[in-house]
Design a protein around this ligand. Structure first.
Ligand SMILES: [Zn+2]
Ligand SMILES: [Zn+2]
Length: 230
């Protein structure tokens, strides 16, 4: 009953195109979900970027500290709508929705089962206050549950920095990221196989910074999984 009243006030519409959802559809309509196809093809065995004549332009630029990165989807408009969904009542649903797909992707296309911990990319406190939640944490928590992996939500913490990123030069910004994280329990990292979860992989600088820290504390294997790849 409550649900029906709720649906009358807030009709269930597709997060992306706004079409009315059928009873068997959730968050996005069937049309839009056709857009959700797992990434395949000639991808870099390390960072998962699309190879160009067998070369990885990303790995040419950056010496990533992680062992392997994976992204389930290409960053399409539909994914963008999901990832940037700021509807408070939908955010948990979106996290779970993406986690289900990512678990399918991990099982079918990656299939690395030897994982000690799943950790989320921590969100800066100010951002968290604005959005009210950490999407990576929501996704990671549910993904770990589905995969039967351990989840460590606060192994890596973000250190507050006072200046907003946008006012800084590119070099200052990079430096800022360089000192953005700290480890809450170093003993949990040594010889461990750790999977970092985030929503979108763009240049990979954030996950790489976390990977460098994990590497410094002698993690055995470092993997990255994101919902989408820009
Ligand atoms: Zn739609
Ligand atoms: Zn690469």
């Amino acid at each position: 009953m409550l649900n029906r009243i709720f649906n009358l006030i807030f009709p269930r519409i597709c997060l992306h195109c706004g079409a009315n959802l059928k009873s068997n559809e959730d968050l996005i309509c069937a049309n839009c979900s056709e857009n959700l196809v797992f990434r395949k093809g000639d991808l870099c065995p390390k960072c998962n970027a699309v190879l160009k004549s067998n070369k990885c332009e990303m790995c040419d630029e950056i010496n990533y500290a992680f062992d392997k990165a994976f992204s389930a989807f290409k960053y399409s408009k539909v994914i963008k709508s999901l990832v940037h969904s700021i509807k408070y009542n939908e955010m948990k649903k979106v996290g779970k929705f993406l986690a289900v797909y990512m678990a399918k992707y991990w099982t079918n296309q990656v299939n690395i089962t030897d994982i000690d911990y799943v950790i989320p990319v921590p969100l800066h406190k100010v951002k968290k206050r604005m959005r009210g939640y950490n999407q990576a944490k929501l996704i990671g928590e549910h993904f770990a549950k589905l995969m039967n992996f351990n989840f460590e939500s606060s192994l890596i913490k973000r250190i507050n920095f006072t200046k907003t990123q946008t006012k800084l030069t590119k070099l200052q910004r990079e430096k800022n990221i360089k000192n953005a994280f700290e480890v809450s329990n170093a003993r949990k990292i040594k010889n461990k196989k750790i999977l970092i979860i985030d929503d979108v992989f763009t240049t990979g600088s954030t996950v790489n910074e976390i990977s460098e820290i994990l590497r410094n504390f002698n993690a055995d294997k470092i993997y990255v999984l994101t919902a989408a790849r820009a």
